[in-house]
Design a protein around this ligand. Structure first.
Ligand code: FES
Ligand code: FES
Length: 168
């Protein structure tokens, strides 16, 4: 059984109790994905699986046989950052940075959810084909990613740079 991580095939663990988070961090050495609460409450461990955001601390690695995982290491590098990574720097979207990889992966998945027309708790018209992207939509959809440094305003500012309609 194998899993693709940032485009590289890796063996899945024989122990079915290993979480996807522990596979990434401890067996594959990808420490960009963070372990905060390890119980699904903080969002620090968010990664993308086939483009969908998931909490890797709540996922068993063997569940993802044959799937494609993208971590923060797969989005950009220091030399060639993803535009969202650059926006976090430009808008002070972090202080300690511990929550940042999860924030960025979550934002990537969230943007695609909106583009597909998936409504949120604050979407006024859930039948609308195109969901207006407001700062409230960003806040609601990022509410599962906590920042103990309180950088949430900068995080919303950074995400809004990729969403002109949410920049107001
Ligand atoms: S470490 Fe997974 S949600 Fe906190
Ligand atoms: S930047 Fe420190 S927890 Fe978010």
């Amino acid at each position: 059984m194998t899993i693709s991580v940032n485009g590289v095939e890796a063996m899945l663990p024989s122990d079915p109790r290993v979480s996807l988070l522990d596979l990434l961090r401890e067996q594959l050495g990808l420490s960009g994905t963070k372990k905060g609460c390890d119980q699904g409450a903080c969002g620090a461990c968010t990664v993308l699986v086939d483009g969908e955001r998931i909490l890797s601390c709540l996922a068993l690695a063997v569940q993802y046989d044959g799937r494609s995982v993208t971590t923060i290491e797969g989005l950009g590098t220091a030399e060639c950052p993803h535009p969202l990574q650059s926006a976090f720097i430009a808008h002070d979207g972090f202080q300690c940075g511990y929550c940042t990889p999860g924030q960025i992966c979550s934002a990537m998945g969230m943007i695609e959810e909106v583009r597909r027309g998936t409504p949120s708790h604050v979407t006024s018209d859930i039948t609308a084909e195109v969901i207006p992207f407001s700062r409230d939509e960003v806040r609601e959809r990022m509410s599962g990613n906590l920042c103990r440094c309180g950088a949430h305003n900068g995080i919303v500012d950074a995400i809004a740079t990729l969403l002109p309609e949410a920049a107001e």
